[in-house]
Design a protein around this ligand. Structure first.
Ligand code: AMP
Length: 294
């Protein structure tokens, strides 16, 4: 079903059914095209589009999916309030030059029901940070991405650093399934003031988005304060600052070793770090992270 804007006469092909998408992709693969895949939950912003751009630059056929996966929401309220802007999403993907959009229904994705058919042994990734605060979230993420990878069979998969731990989980999944898919991690896209773009930002008013900037500002402050030794005082200071800025609940502020997400209590001044934050502002859970490279 071609969908085109009048103004630009671009042609993105849109599929709701798996079999039709697979027939289309099979033809492309026989002509030697590499498939790049950008899975999303929609409410697209410049961060998502950056992944699409990278895919367009790296591969010959870019497939984007929009599917608000019910099995990865540990909070029913968050699922109910997840923004849906499908018409606008189609428009901006088309303008970007995306080739294929896949928008399956829940029934199409999970024809036998949403219950998990397998457990993914994620190990410690599921016990720390997002894993600890969002029970079963990564099982749901693996369930949906496993299904999407089976359907699309991409050569390249484009993910955002914004979801740092998710990138690690999905690299684990690709390795676990021994897939030939190569993962590209795209740096976090921020607004001019530093706020990480997120679909959930639309649930905040403009003044509330100004408040949300405190996460970025505190991560930037941390970079100026780091010195070898104990790090707990710094993370505690950031937590105090975020509460003072109006955040009502902080899940974590953690400084970790980037390849394992092991929390670094005492720093030797030589290893690279990543700082990760998750906190609630006006009922919206925001996450962000920054590398601290030496
Ligand atoms: P979502 O729709 O939130 O599931 O995100 C879909 C993909 O876009 C994931 O790989 C995210 O990490 C990525 N993404 C979301 N926000 C950003 C951002 N601000 N910058 C870069 N990538 C992002």
């Amino acid at each position: 079903m071609p969908h085109s804007t009048n103004a630009l006469q671009l042609h993105m092909v849109l599929f709701k059914k798996i079999t039709q998408l697979q027939q289309y992709l099979a033809k492309a693969v026989t002509t030697g095209q590499q498939i790049g895949f950008v899975p999303t939950m929609g409410a697209l912003h410049e961060g998502h589009l950056q992944l699409v751009k990278q895919s367009l630059q790296t591969t010959q056929l870019t497939v984007c999916s929009i599917f608000v996966n019910p099995t990865q929401f540990n909070d029913a309220n968050d699922f109910d309030k997840y923004p849906i802007t499908l018409e606008a999403d189609i428009e901006c993907l088309e303008q970007q030059g995306c080739h294929v959009l896949f928008i399956p229904s829940v029934q199409e994705m999970y024809p036998t029901g949403v219950q998990a058919s397998q457990h993914y042994p994620l190990g410690n990734l599921e016990n720390v940070l997002e894993g600890a605060f969002r029970p079963n979230h990564y099982q749901g993420v693996c369930q949906v991405v496993h299904r999407l990878l089976d359907i699309v069979q991409p050569h390249q998969l484009f993910l955002g650093q914004k979801d740092f731990q998710q990138c690690m989980v999905l690299q684990w999944l690709v390795d676990f399934l021994a897939l030939p898919t190569q993962i590209h991690i795209v740096p976090t896209v921020r607004n001019t003031q530093g706020l990480a773009l997120s679909s959930r930002n639309t649930r905040l008013t403009e003044p509330q988005q100004q408040q949300a900037l405190a996460i970025y500002q505190n991560m930037a402050w941390l970079k100026t304060q780091l010195k070898p030794g104990k790090l707990t005082a710094l993370t505690e200071h950031i937590k105090t600052n975020l509460l003072a800025a109006g955040f009502e609940k902080i899940d974590y502020v953690a400084i970790c070793e980037p390849t394992t997400l092991t929390e670094v209590q005492e720093w030797d001044g030589q290893t690279n770090l990543v700082v990760l934050v998750a906190a609630f502002l006006h009922g919206v859970r925001l996450i962000d992270n920054e590398y601290i490279t030496i």
